[in-house]
Design a protein around this ligand. Sequence first.
Ligand SMILES: [Zn+2]
Ligand SMILES: [Zn+2]
Length: 155
Amino acid sequence: MSTTETCFCGAVQLAFSIEGDDLVNSFVCNCLDCRKLTASMFASNFTIRDASLKYVRGQDKIKTFAMTKTIATGNTMTNYFCSVCGSLMYRISSGWPGVAIMRIGQVDDLTLHETTLKPQVETFTKSRVAWCKGAEGAEEYFGNYYAGETERSKL
Ligand SMILES: [Zn+2]
Ligand SMILES: [Zn+2]
């Protein structure tokens, strides 16, 4: 069974699997790149094995933008946007082959936001705004947990 996500205007829709090993993880990130990228205080992400990722429609509407200079690990992060409405659909990191970084908020089945895709991990809590208390139940890390910075900010 596949799950779908759709951009704000509906021009782009993706289908993918989050069953078993296809879902790698789900996490909130407070880093400063995620603030800029989302125009919000954090990004709500999940990662999947990209083998199951397919376009239902709108691949011709996708524009990409890649940046290295602000990525803490020095990897190149390529962002895939809907060129009609500007929604960020997913990201691909040069340091994380075979994996696509998806956005929880774009998943069409809202029950998944509360269940399967609920964040397991919260990263870059050192950059979290003081008025935000974090994702309930998530393991919290000061820095970039996925780059090996495993110091916990709350036990
Ligand atoms: Zn769109
Ligand atoms: Zn981030």
